[in-house]
Ligand binder design. Sequence first.
Ligand code: UT7
Length: 342
Amino acid sequence: MSNAFISGTGFYVPPRVVSNHDLITKYRIETTNEWIVQRTGIEERRFADEGVGTADLALAASTMALERAGLVAKDLDLILFATLSPETAFPGSGVYLQRKLGLLDDSPKFVPAMDIRNQCSGFLYGLATAAAFVRSGAARHVLLVGAETHSAALNLSSGGKSVAALFGDGAGAVVVSATDEDRGIRGTWLGADGRFAETLSQPIWDITKRPFIPVNDQGVGQVAPDKLWAGMNGKVVFKHAVEKMILSVMQACWALQIEPKDIDLFLFHQANMRINQYVQGQLGLPDEKVPHNIQHYGNTTAATLPILLAEADQAGKLTKGKRVALVAFGSGFTWGSAIVDF
Ligand code: UT7
């Protein structure tokens, strides 16, 4: 049985920078830079321009990951796409990315494309899936992308300030490949607790209702603001995030019979700098092992981990022999961790 290792990483964020100050001056949101920085650590985020979709962001990140893996798109056996902001209700973003990658040009390769709906932990659920495909021999090269275009679906007004200030757009990608070397994805530890399904959600429609969205006399669907925009009980999410992220690291260490000090780099989902600093403190980790980029990108949900990973790669931190922990928590609730040896 082959091992599954990360053969390439890539990321892309749209060029338009939106600072906390811009939220106040351009979007007229009643907030302050101090409130956002003190509560979350976010200073700015990127917003894609109208006309740009999640698969477009993913294409740029995937192209970089393929290049760094020394592969071309037609080497792929599977595409996994983690997002909560797909182009349309269906199909998912995976098939749009497949088309944009040029897989259907000239002599088409009908590479399967699967979408993953696990929000902030989508990348880790995807990594577990990619590793299983590669280890079983069902695939040699899997492209795994986490990408989000949040800016299109944020209530960018004072009424939405508690959620809108937190999120940004971006994409990260990895290629997971087979190897006979003794390295790669050592394990993934995933969890979910559906009792909190509504605690962080964007309900938009209700499939138990007829029709699923209220329709007016002209046949036009009308979604009430509390259903249209994402809603969150931030304090409940914060408490569970801290607990489950610590638990996930300990679970991974227990399974592999290692200690946190044996891990070179901890890549935490970038939802809130305070959550991550608390987890870091509880685990007794030094600052140099816990990089952050939430200051610049905000929360890019499924994209935070692969963006952090690609940045660490480009900074020369993922040299052969380095051991990395990836940890995430989010809507569902869902969470998880992974240990990867480079
Ligand atoms: O990736 C998904 C996972 N998500 C998370 O991990 C998020 C976890 N939760 C958090 O990060 C924090 O709960 C938040 C940063 C979202 C909020 O911090 P908080 O200390 O829990 O604030 P709060 O929601 O309890 O709101 C406190 C006050 C409220 O005002 P009142 O009712 O006390 O008068 C809010 O209206 O802060 C107000 N507020 C704001 N004020 C200025 C909320 N958002 C803003 C804002 N600017 N952007």
